[in-house]
Design a binder for this molecule. Structure first.
Ligand SMILES: [Zn+2]
Length: 271
């Protein structure tokens, strides 16, 4: 294992990165991204969810490997083929590339690990209580990440908010909380960050409501909200609009709106 800066929280060791990777007595959580080359050997490699920057550990030799089953479509052979080629043909010799075929277990149990279902970022997103530490993955984000992107990446914004409240409750009984994308802080500041994320979510909802005072498509809502939160010009790139649209749609789906189909797409207006 390469030498890399690490931080200790109780018996847990955190390797800062994006994601921050946690190790605890033979268990590694969310090895990926720039930490992929650490190749931390462990008995168990587990991931909070199936996004590509969280799953490098699942490619290493380990006795147990776990990914929440709701997120397995992201790495299954069929799912990858769909993502890459837009279709899948299991019998075709042309589409033989493969990710993780075997090894993944449908369940994971370890006396030292408690799973906490925290869907929202993805359908299967799971946080792990390991020893004295709660590893919350992408259930919430650092302030700079949030304010930089404007919309947090939640496929289901409303469930993400419920998950965040659950994490807030659980945070009382742990010594430390670690997230994937953001700074590694002591517990007190992490609890503040949870509150910041919850308030930010509320603020975002009210900005979306304001953007819907007049008819708007989901992309128009994103542009209006990004502008109202101080972004301008190149900061509102096509990529950011397309990515943020998913969360915006999820927020809109939970609001009281009327809608109509127009030449510019489906438009919504607050009722
Ligand atoms: Zn993710």
């Amino acid at each position: 294992m390469e030498k890399k800066k690490s931080l200790k929280i109780g018996k847990a060791i955190v390797f800062p990165g994006s994601p921050n990777t946690l190790t605890y007595e033979g268990i590694v959580v969310d090895l990926g991204g720039r930490n992929s080359d650490l190749r931390i050997d462990a008995e168990s490699q587990i991931a909070t969810h199936g996004h590509s920057d969280h799953i490098a550990g699942l490619f290493l030799d380990a006795r147990k490997k776990y990914l929440p089953p709701e997120d397995m479509w992201g790495i299954s052979l069929m799912g990858r083929r769909m993502a890459v080629y837009g279709f899948s043909c299991a019998d075709s010799a042309l589409f033989t590339y493969d990710l993780i075929k075997e090894d993944l277990q449908a369940t994971f149990s370890d006396p030292g690990v408690q799973m906490l279902k925290t869907p929202g970022h993805t359908p299967g997103h799971t946080s792990y209580l390991i020893g004295e530490v709660l590893y919350a993955g992408d259930a919430f984000f650092g302030q700079r990440v949030l304010e930089g992107f404007v919309f947090p990446f939640y496929v289901d914004f409303w469930r993400a908010m419920e998950s965040l409240n659950l994490i807030k409750e659980e945070s009382r009984s742990v010594e430390g909380i670690v997230i994937s994308h953001g700074p590694v802080y002591e517990k007190r500041k992490m609890v503040e960050l949870i509150d910041f994320n919850l308030k930010y979510g509320e603020k975002l909802v009210s900005h979306v409501k304001n953007a819907l005072s007049d008819w708007a498509t989901s992309q128009q809502v994103v542009v209006r909200v990004m502008e109202s939160l101080g972004k301008k010009g190149d900061e509102i790139s096509p990529t950011s609009v397309i990515m943020n649209e998913k969360t915006a749609l999820s927020i809109i789906s939970g609001l009281k709106v009327e809608y109509q189909t127009t030449e510019e797409g489906v438009k919504y207006r607050a009722r």
